[in-house]
Design a protein around this ligand. Structure first.
Ligand code: ZN
Ligand code: ZN
Length: 583
C-alpha cells in the first residue's frame, strides 16, 4: 500500500524540478483564460484557454432568453470575430450535457469546426442536437472520466464529479507550466445515484502537482452547509405518491435529470404502479440511457399509449415535461385542455419535483392556477422541500473542493456577480493564502510564472445571437429588434402601382394595418380611414409639386408622410413598409 501511495505522490525534489521547469515554460507562453459567457450571469458558459496562439473552448452553452415570447428559444454567444484573434482553435472540450454548457456548440462548430471531446452521455446529447438542427455530423471524440487527452499544446484530464446529469466531469488543464482545475458544474454527493463518488484519489494526485488556479461553479455559493444527496428525494417522493389513493399522479421534473427519472421508475416498480412517460425530452433521456446501457427498466412498469385505457386511474403515474410552465410542454397542454391523452381531473395529484428557474415563476403560477381550478391538488418543492435537490455544490462542498485542490488562486465562475463574489470569499475562509480573482465575461486573465494577473482595462466585446424557436436558425440582435418593433408598435404596409410620367395611380395606394387598433376610441374613431385620407391628401400635394418623379423618391416620401400621419392619429410610430411599382 505504501508503495502505491508513494508512486502517486511526486517526491519533494521532483516537485521542485517541475516548478522550475514550469517557470521557464510559462515565461515563454503564458496562459490566458477568457470567459465569453457564464461569468456575471447565469447560463451560456463558454471559457477560452489560450496559449501561444492556440486555444481550446471549454463548454459552449446557451441560455433561455427573456424575450422567449417573441419566438426565440435560446441566446448564444457569437464569438466569430473574437475567436480568430485568439489563434488556432484546437478543440471544444465539454464538461457535461446541460443546455447552459452545450446549447451553442452546434452553431459555433458550424462556423469554426474543431474536434469535440465529451463523455458518452454528453456526446450522445451533442449528436442529437446536430441531428435536430439538420447540421452535418460533428467530429466527436468520446472520452471517459480518468482519460487524459492532448489538444496541443494543452493536455486535459477528465475527473468524475456528481451532478444532476450523468457523465459530468471536472477538467484538469495543463499548458506550458500553468495548471488549472476547472470544476464544471458539480456537487459532492456522499450517496450518489450511480454509486460513483467524486474521484478523491485522482484529485489528490492532481493537487500534488501544485495547482495554479481553481475555477468553480458559483450557482449555490449563497447556500450554507452541504447540499442534500440526489438519493434523498427518493423516500419523500415515494411517500407522496403512495399516500395519494384517489386518482392519477402526474410528476414534472427536468428531463435532463436522468437520476430523478430513474428514481421515479424504481418507485413505480416498488409501488406496483404503471408509469407513462410523456414529452420528448424525457423519452430522449430514457432512450439515451438504454442506448448507453445504463438502464434496464423493470418489466411491467412502463405503459404504452395503446394500453393506457386498460390501466386503473388510481394506479397510473404520468411523468411529464413542463416543470417550468413551458408552453407546448406536456404539462402545459394537459393543464390547458390541449393534450390528446390527458386532462386535469379533481382526483389527480400533480408533483413538481423541480425548482423554479428564476424568470419562470409567472409561467409556473399560471400553470398551477389551471390545475387548481379543476380541483386537483399540487405538491411542489415549496410545500415539501424534500422532493427536489440541487445538482450544484453548496458552500461546504465548495470549501471541500478548495481544500482538496489547494490552489494558489481561486476563480469563481458560473453565476451572477453577487454569486461570484460570495464564492470568492469562501476561498479566503479556507485559507488566507489562496488569492481570489474575480473574472467577468470578456476579461482576460493571465497565468505566467505561477502568478495570476488580470489584464487591466481589457474587456472583449462580443455579440450574442438568438435561435429561432421554430426554424432553429440563428437570428441577430438587430433582427430580434425588428421583431420586437413590429410586436410593440405594429406595422403599416403601403402598396401601389403608378404611371411614372403622368403621376397617376393605376392601383392603390393601399394601406394595410397590422397590430394597430382598427377602430380607435370614441373621440377618435375610424382611424385607418382617417390615416388613409390624410396620407393621400399630403402625398397628392407632394406629387402635384413635382414635374417628374422617381419611384424611390415617392417611396421615401410616402414613408415620411405616413409616419407623421400615424404619429398624429395613433400617437405611435409603427413600422412602415412601402412598395411602389412604376410602369
Ligand atoms: Zn449543469
Ligand atoms: Zn451549468
Amino acid at each position: 500500500m505504501k508503495k502505491i501511495f508513494k508512486s502517486i505522490r511526486p517526491s519533494p525534489t521532483k516537485k521542485k524540478i517541475s516548478f522550475l521547469k514550469s517557470k521557464t515554460e510559462t515565461a515563454k507562453h503564458p496562459l490566458h483564460i477568457i470567459p465569453f459567457g457564464g461569468c456575471g450571469e447565469f447560463g451560456m458558459n463558454l471559457t477560452c484557454y489560450v496559449s501561444n496562439k492556440r486555444f481550446i473552448v471549454v463548454d459552449a452553452g446557451s441560455v433561455f432568453p427573456e424575450a422567449k415570447k417573441l419566438g426565440v428559444s435560446s441566446l448564444i454567444p457569437h464569438v466569430k470575430h473574437n475567436f480568430p484573434k485568439l489563434g488556432k482553435l484546437e478543440a471544444y472540450v465539454v464538461t457535461h450535457g446541460h443546455e447552459d454548457h452545450i446549447g451553442a456548440l452546434a452553431f459555433l462548430y458550424n462556423e469554426m469546426p474543431a474536434p469535440i471531446y465529451a463523455t458518452p452521455w454528453t456526446a450522445e446529447l451533442i449528436k442529437r442536437k446536430f441531428e435536430r438542427y439538420n447540421f452535418a455530423k460533428p467530429k466527436i471524440h468520446v472520452v471517459r472520466a480518468g482519460d487524459k487527452v492532448t489538444c496541443f499544446p494543452f493536455t486535459v484530464e477528465y475527473i468524475h464529479v456528481n451532478h444532476s446529469i450523468p457523465d459530468a466531469c471536472a477538467l484538469y488543464i495543463k499548458v506550458s507550466g500553468a495548471k488549472v482545475f476547472h470544476s464544471g458544474d458539480f456537487k459532492i454527493d456522499k450517496t450518489p445515484p450511480d454509486n460513483k463518488k467524486i474521484n478523491y484519489k485522482q484529485i489528490e494526485r492532481i493537487k500534488n502537482e501544485g495547482i495554479t488556479a481553481l475555477l468553480t461553479d458559483s450557482t449555490n455559493s449563497l447556500s450554507p452547509g452541504y447540499g442534500p444527496s440526489e438519493m434523498s428525494v427518493v423516500k419523500p417522493l415515494e411517500k407522496v405518491i403512495q399516500r395519494h389513493k384517489d386518482g392519477r399522479v402526474f410528476i414534472a421534473t427536468f428531463a435532463s435529470n436522468y437520476w430523478r427519472v430513474k428514481s421515479i421508475i424504481d418507485i413505480c416498480h416498488r409501488l406496483k404502479k404503471k408509469l407513462f412517460i410523456d414529452g420528448r425530452g424525457l423519452n430522449d433521456s430514457l432512450s439515451l440511457a438504454e442506448k448507453i446501457g445504463m438502464l434496464k427498466v423493470p418489466k411491467d412498469v412502463l405503459v404504452t399509449r395503446q394500453n393506457l385505457s386498460k390501466v386503473n386511474r388510481k394506479n397510473l403515474v404520468v411523468l411529464a415535461t413542463g416543470s417550468q410552465g413551458e408552453e407546448r410542454s406536456s404539462l402545459y397542454r394537459i393543464a390547458n385542455k390541449e393534450h390528446k391523452l390527458f386532462s386535469v381531473d379533481k382526483n389527480d395529484l400533480f408533483i413538481f419535483s423541480a425548482r423554479a428557474i428564476p424568470g419562470n415563476e409567472k409561467g409556473i403560477l399560471k400553470l398551477t392556477d389551471e390545475i387548481l381550478r379543476e380541483g386537483a391538488s399540487i405538491v411542489n418543492a415549496k410545500v415539501n422541500p424534500d422532493i427536489h435537490v440541487s445538482g450544484h455544490a453548496y458552500q461546504d462542498e465548495l470549501k471541500t473542493l478548495i481544500k482538496l485542490v489547494k490552489p494558489q488562486y481561486y476563480i469563481p465562475v458560473h453565476g451572477t456577480y453577487s454569486l461570484l463574489l460570495t464564492n470568492a470569499n469562501l476561498a479566503q475562509e479556507v485559507s488566507r493564502t489562496i488569492q481570489p480573482v474575480l473574472l467577468e465575461n470578456g476579461e482576460d486573465i493571465l497565468i505566467s510564472n505561477d502568478k495570476v494577473t488580470k489584464k487591466k482595462n481589457v474587456k472583449l466585446k462580443f455579440e450574442r445571437y438568438y435561435v429561432d424557436s421554430e426554424s432553429n436558425h440563428p437570428i441577430s440582435e438587430e433582427t430580434l429588434n425588428e421583431r420586437l418593433q413590429i410586436g410593440e408598435l405594429g406595422l403599416v404596409n403601403v402598396f401601389g402601382v403608378m404611371k411614372a410620367q403622368s403621376k397617376k395611380w393605376l392601383k392603390g395606394p393601399f394601406l394595410e394595418f397590422k397590430g394597430l387598433s382598427k377602430t380607435g376610441n370614441a373621440k377618435n374613431a375610424n382611424l385607418p380611414q382617417k390615416v388613409q385620407q390624410e396620407f393621400m391628401k399630403e402625398l397628392s400635394a407632394y406629387l402635384a409639386k413635382k414635374k417628374t418623379v422617381k419611384t424611390k423618391e415617392v417611396e421615401k416620401e410616402s414613408i415620411g408622410i405616413l409616419r407623421s400621419v400615424l404619429a398624429k392619429f395613433y400617437n405611435k410610430r409603427p413600422v412602415v413598409l412601402c412598395k411602389i411599382i412604376s410602369v
